[in-house]
Design a protein around this ligand. Structure first.
Ligand SMILES: [Zn+2]
Ligand SMILES: [Zn+2]
Length: 420
């Protein structure tokens, strides 16, 4: 089929204004994972206005999720009150049947109190779009409008996936469970994630490893409580936990091949309530990030062995609970090359940067396990305006000039894939 010239892929000033306004509306009204009801209603409402066929209530009331209730609790996620899922799936059919490409946005926010002093600051205490999913959702709605306007000029189908619960417990898995990759079957998937490693007008993407497996671990140390002045009559769970914590640092430094990647971080250590009481128990909670299955298996086994070995050497006991989270994600070389060359057409080759793998987890990995996928980083940094904080930071923000860039790049990548 004839290739749609790149100058046909336009974001009009009207659409650009709408994108900025929409991003601010979503930013001011963030919703936690599995509670994205207002966002989903907004998305469906706009698709309806555009006359785009779509399905609501897809993916994720907590029953079709890949993580158990126990895993949800460990990840600090309370499933919301929804009963039918909050995901939305839309279809844009080209003039003739052909390939199907899935484009994805995530819709959920984080339990973070926003520290930005901006007119579009979150209006919900303790909830913030600190991972830029407001930007992702806005861009995919812009993509919907542009591609819908071009539907008489391409063959194949574009499937738009607006998913819940990327931040946990894996809304993408729930969407797959509810058939997002079927009917029509998906040939490739493309997603973007905002990042402050580059500026609006730039993207960063590389084939191969993109995001890591993200697991959670909890170690409960049980000693024997007692009076602080009589340590010999007690088994101090705090001291035992401290030794375990230090010993676990040797897994990455001494047991993992230096050419492999791994992170073992304990972000929480809780015990005791008074300066003069030896507490009975101490609890360590951490996260493990890996790429290879062998390293993942090794770390899972060794955390439990080291924790119980150190504990028993010190007359205590340790119980380890290890929960596997998102798998690692790999960018498919063929789809990534299509994205890179489409982006080069839109932005100029000098603005398509390489990206090193991240140790962050990303539930797009569930899609990438099943269909060739590329996820690229969209630059939203603006050093002059202080937009330099990474995702999950209470001062995270995004330069809205990136909205149109995201729309054009994703539209071009989708069209180039369908035409490939
Ligand atoms: Zn995030
Ligand atoms: Zn994110």
């Amino acid at each position: 089929m004839p290739v749609i010239p790149i100058d046909r892929i336009q974001v009009t000033p009207e659409l650009d204004a709408w994108l900025r306004e929409t991003r601010r509306y979503l930013h001011m009204n963030p919703e936690l994972s599995l509670q994205e009801t207002n966002t989903a209603r907004f998305v469906a409402g706009h698709l309806r206005e555009l006359g785009i066929e779509h399905r609501t209530g897809v993916g994720g009331d907590g029953r079709s999720l890949f993580m158990s209730r126990e895993a949800l609790a460990a990840a600090g996620v309370e499933p919301g009150p929804t009963t039918g899922g909050t995901g939305v799936v839309a279809l844009i059919h080209g003039r003739r049947p052909g390939k199907t490409v899935l484009l994805r946005a995530d819709m959920d926010a984080l339990p973070i109190e926003e520290q930005n002093d901006v007119p579009y600051r979150s209006t919900r205490p303790g909830v913030m779009h600190a991972c830029g999913h407001d930007v992702h959702t806005t861009i995919l709605l812009g993509v919907a409008e542009v591609l819908n306007g071009l539907r008489d000029e391409f063959d194949g189908t574009v499937k738009l996936m607006f998913q819940p619960a990327e931040e946990g417990p894996g809304g993408a898995a729930a969407m797959i469970h509810d058939g997002v990759l079927d009917d029509p079957p998906v040939d490739a998937a493309i997603a973007l994630h905002v990042g402050v490693d580059c500026d609006p007008g730039q993207i960063a993407v590389s084939p191969g490893p993109a995001t890591a497996a993200a697991d959670t671990v909890k170690i409960e140390v049980t000693g024997r409580g007692g009076h602080a002045a009589a340590p010999h009559n007690a088994v101090d769970s705090v001291v035992v936990a401290a030794h375990i914590l230090i010993a676990l640092q040797t897994i990455v430094s001494r047991e993992v091949n230096p050419l492999e990647s791994a992170v073992v971080t304990f972000g929480a250590l809780h015990s005791g309530s008074a300066n003069n009481v030896i507490p009975q128990t101490a609890v360590l909670e951490g996260t493990v990030r890996t790429y290879s299955a062998a390293v993942r298996d090794h770390i899972e086994r060794r955390i439990a062995e080291i924790a119980s070995g150190v504990a028993s050497a010190m007359r205590a006991e340790a119980t380890t609970t290890y929960l596997r989270g998102y798998p690692p994600m790999y960018n498919d070389p063929t789809v990534t090359e299509i994205v890179r060359s489409a982006a080069a057409e839109v932005l100029g080759a000098e603005n398509v940067l390489d990206r090193t793998p991240l140790m962050a987890g990303e539930d797009m990995a569930f899609i990438a396990e099943r269909v060739p996928t590329c996820m690229f980083g969209l630059g939203v940094r603006n050093t002059e305006r202080g937009i330099i904080y990474p995702p999950h930071h209470p001062r995270f923000d995004a330069d809205e000039d990136a909205l149109a860039v995201g729309v054009k790049t994703m539209v071009a990548a989708a069209l180039r894939f369908l035409g490939s």
